[in-house]
Design a protein around this ligand. Structure first.
Ligand code: FES
Length: 436
């Protein structure tokens, strides 16, 4: 679940219309649609000299970017424009008889409409703070880069960085820079005076030259294809929404960004947000809070609503969206330290959890979490916030009915019951079977 997202499946051109080229670790990878499948080839021919191009054989005539001539097969190919070598689009094999040459496949996984990089990624990276800018009263913006200047893994708007602080605390930050810039990541850190201390530490201790351990990138808050997108940011919640808005603007998609904060002095990245078309900045001390009810009610049918901000704002957006039914879809991300999601399912009961990979069963007492009980047998079970908002502990459910108490999953994901956050969620059934 720590894979890096590369692209929406919807962004891959239709079959026969070429590739979507993405950069992975400094190498170009072409994503092609073949029927229902997406295939990924490194965009370089086997002798390493030229990017491959796509051709089609229509009957006996081959047309590619460089050649058009009579041919004897009926299939789609990739072609090296230098040598003219032709490769099967699905298998990557060189079509010349007896040749062992083949294109290099790049491993991908297609999950829930997104193409993910499935190559093993380093579990940790050590990045250096190269820039620290005071972006608002209590917010600093940090730029992080590899000490050796290496290109950083690709990311999509909504991606989190998990940062291990010098004190050992672990905190998550949304990337808020330009996904096309692989030389550095940008995060914004809010000094939370009533928080658990991690962000206050990073706010105070960070300076150019500080090196930090950064763990795998996560994205639980990705952009979906929709007729219209409504982005609602409260305070530091602008961080994931700014690259989303920039991406929608770049792709000429219909969107509106509403960014609210106490006043401009407290609103980080306000100038970048204001520079986008269809962006509205609301200073609540002067104008009052935006009317969320009206915003959602007036959103055109088919709108995808993304809200990121304080827990109270998120709860309000979710409640108002429920009244809108299927007319709009809502995706939210709350901050660390918000109130736990009310379960609405009564007090916790003991339950039995079967770990499918070993067949062992653990009993979860009423007063302990599933994560805690599971760790007796699987000490490596991942977690971070342990409050149900970061998504690190997301685990596949193979049987049983989860009682979701997190603030990560959408309503649709909750209803499907495919996964659960085992740090806070429990079960409505007596027993759960988890993919652990
Ligand atoms: S550890 Fe963060 S949601 Fe479970």
């Amino acid at each position: 679940m720590n894979r890096t997202p590369l692209a929406e499946v919807a962004a891959v051109p239709p079959q026969g219309a070429g590739a979507l080229t993405v950069a992975v670790d400094g190498v170009e990878v072409g994503l092609y649609r073949v029927g229902e499948r997406i295939v990924a080839w490194r965009n370089v021919c086997p002798h390493g000299a030229a990017p491959v191009c796509r051709g089609t054989v229509d009957g006996t005539r081959l047309t590619s970017a460089v050649y058009e001539y009579e041919y004897g097969r009926d299939q789609e190919i990739l072609q090296c424009p230098w040598h003219g070598w032709e490769f099967d689009l699905l298998s990557g094999e060189h079509l010349a008889e007896g040749s062992a040459a083949r294109l290099r496949r790049h491993p991908i996984a297609v999950i829930d409409g997104v193409v993910y990089d499935d190559a093993p990624v380093p579990a940790r990276m050590r990045l250096r703070v190269t820039e620290r800018v005071r972006a608002a009263d209590d917010i600093v913006v940090l730029r992080l880069a590899s000490p050796d200047g290496a290109a950083l893994p690709a990311w999509m708007p909504g991606t989190h960085l998990e940062v291990s602080l010098p004190s050992g605390l672990v905190r998550h930050y949304s990337l808020c820079g330009d996904p096309a810039d692989r030389s550095s990541y940008r995060i914004a850190v809010l000094r939370e005076r009533s928080g658990r201390g991690g962000s206050a530490e990073l706010f105070a201790e960070s300076k150019a030259g500080l090196e930090l351990d950064v763990r795998a990138l996560r994205n639980r808050f990705r952009l979906r294809e929709a007729k219209h997108s409504l982005l609602i940011a409260g305070g530091i919640g602008i961080t994931p929404l700014l690259p989303m808005a920039a991406s929608l603007h770049r792709r000429r998609r219909s969107f509106e960004l509403v960014y609210t904060g106490r006043d401009l002095a407290s609103m980080a990245l306000a100038d970048e947000a204001a520079a986008l078309p269809n962006a509205r900045l609301v200073e609540s001390s002067l104008q009052g809070r935006p009317d969320l009810r009206a915003l959602l009610a007036e959103a055109p049918e088919g709108t995808a609503v993304y809200a990121c901000g304080p827990a109270g704002m998120i709860a309000q957006v979710r409640a108002l969206a429920a009244a809108e039914g299927d007319r709009i879809q809502v995706f939210t991300e709350a901050f660390e330290g918000g109130e736990p999601e009310p379960s609405g399912h009564g007090p916790a009961r003991p339950l039995a959890v079967e770990l499918a990979r070993s067949g062992a069963t653990v009993r979860v007492e009423a007063g302990e979490t599933v994560l805690h009980a599971v760790r007796n047998l699987v000490p490596s079970a991942p977690s971070s916030c342990e409050q149900g908002w970061c998504g690190t502990c997301e685990t596949r459910v193979l049987d049983g009915e989860p009682d979701h108490r997190d603030r990560v999953l959408t309503e649709g994901e909750r209803e499907s019951g495919d996964t659960m956050m085992i740090c806070v969620s429990r079960a409505r059934s007596e027993r759960l079977v988890l993919d652990l």
